[in-house]
Design a protein around this ligand. Structure first.
Ligand code: AMP
Length: 147
């Protein structure tokens, strides 16, 4: 059985790093560096306006020769953010990430941002699940052989 997003958030917490749409790309990069993360949510109050990740920086800033000091994060963010709820399973999250080719999924609970699930969290959950299965099978085999 796959873990739920709620279970993962209970462990890792609900902290998300947000920037304002009027912040510059440089501000967003500074926030990512400070918190050692690869994405920031663009928010205005409670409202989720977009997401800006390292990939956006690589593809939309560097490649186009833009200046991160003079470019607003709202000009380059991805609007229409795909979100999940705490009741999603990590298996579903893995499918959504794989199909859409992104590595971050904000969690929204009753209209409020409740955390973020990253590809790293998915990998961790998959490994934990496989370990549990291996342990179950090992004790099953051990029990079987003992009888
Ligand atoms: P990532 O792999 O998360 O760095 O993102 C790859 C691309 O997808 C970037 O252009 C992001 O802005 C965008 N992106 C990331 N997460 C989401 C999401 N949850 N919903 C919509 N777009 C996203």
């Amino acid at each position: 059985m796959s873990m739920s997003v709620k279970q993962v958030l209970d462990q890792k917490g609900s902290k998300v790093v947000g920037v304002r749409p009027t912040n510059t790309v440089l501000d967003a990069l500074a926030a990512m560096a400070e918190h050692d993360i690869g994405a920031v949510l663009v928010t205005e109050g409670e409202r989720l306006l977009g997401i800006f990740t390292e990939r956006d920086y690589a593809r939309k800033v560097i490649l186009h020769g833009r200046s991160s000091k003079d470019t607003l994060v709202s000009d380059l963010m991805t609007p229409n953010v795909c979100t999940i709820t705490p009741s999603h399973t990590m298996d579903q999250v893995m499918t959504i990430m794989t199909e859409n080719r992104f590595r971050h999924l904000p969690v929204v609970d009753h209209g409020k941002i409740a955390g973020i699930i990253t590809i790293g969290d998915v990998v961790k959950a998959v490994i934990a699940m496989q370990e549990a299965t291996i342990n179950q099978l090992s004790s099953y085999i051990a029990g079987d052989l003992a009888t």
